[in-house]
Design a binder for this molecule. Sequence first.
Ligand SMILES: NC(=O)c1ccc[n+]([C@@H]2O[C@H](COP(=O)([O-])OP(=O)(O)OC[C@H]3O[C@@H](n4cnc5c(N)ncnc54)[C@H](OP(=O)(O)O)[C@@H]3O)[C@@H](O)[C@H]2O)c1
Length: 265
Amino acid sequence: MHAIVVHETGGPEQMRWQRADVGSPAADEALVRHTAIGLNFIDVYFRTGLYPPPRLPFTPGMEAAGVVEAVGEDVDTLEPGDRVAYAAAPPGAYCERRLMPAERLVRIPEDVSDEAAAAIMLKGMTAWYLLRRTHRLQAGETILVHAAAGGVGLIVCQWARALGATVIGTVGSPEKAELARAHGCHHPIDYRCERFPERVRAITASPHISPPFVARASRCRCDGGHGPEDGEGVADTTSSRLEGVRRRHSEQIGVRSRRAVRYAG
Ligand SMILES: NC(=O)c1ccc[n+]([C@@H]2O[C@H](COP(=O)([O-])OP(=O)(O)OC[C@H]3O[C@@H](n4cnc5c(N)ncnc54)[C@H](OP(=O)(O)O)[C@@H]3O)[C@@H](O)[C@H]2O)c1
């Protein structure tokens, strides 16, 4: 089988498609033939070295879907032929076949495609910890979602609206504004042609904004509330630039910002 292998951290050229051994499943493992692989910024962070990779060389990739080809002797929850997906450490999904602990694999429902399953699990869990764990979003609260038309943003918009929140989202184009609106964002703001702090103030008629700010920058809140953060901004954003963005946005909106949560993957 083949896998993408990163021998040294750096740019995309560090990813090499090469032969690799996969071996046989241990007692608690399953051998999965990948049919779709999810791509996430965390893969880039490991590849560039922004996050220390688990080892070198290593294979990036945190989520995928596929078909079980073999199971270890202690595995009684899965059998060859099952369609499964996962989103779990350690990295290693950019490959044709992979051994995974069987307990980390979930069966894919019939009406969910492999592509959707491979793309949604990590982003879905991210949306969950933002909306249900880091801060338990309540009906009536207002949230500001950065990169609202991105993978995480689209899930957060739908979920937050379903919970009864008012959803404000920043996006980078009119097309993305429509996409975000179609996924539940009440007030998409194209930050390339509008100053979003003023729009947020106008929409809320108050400088008080409930969490979260999602993606690319920070999430902030006044009145001593949560200011958690996920992600590291765009792939080439240095932490000092990100810090500048965070401070500037907080000052513009008139709230205090604090860094509270980093991606824990
Ligand atoms: N995927 C996850 O499960 C997960 C987990 C934890 C944290 N995060 C973080 O959440 C953020 C968004 O992740 P995502 O999975 O939603 O990513 P995505 O689907 O690729 O969306 C990223 C969005 O960021 C904006 N962006 C602005 N400049 C960009 C650039 N130079 N390159 C790429 N995108 C750019 C774009 O929206 P606009 O054009 O509208 O600005 C784009 O739609 C990232 O910081 C990521 O690290 C993601």
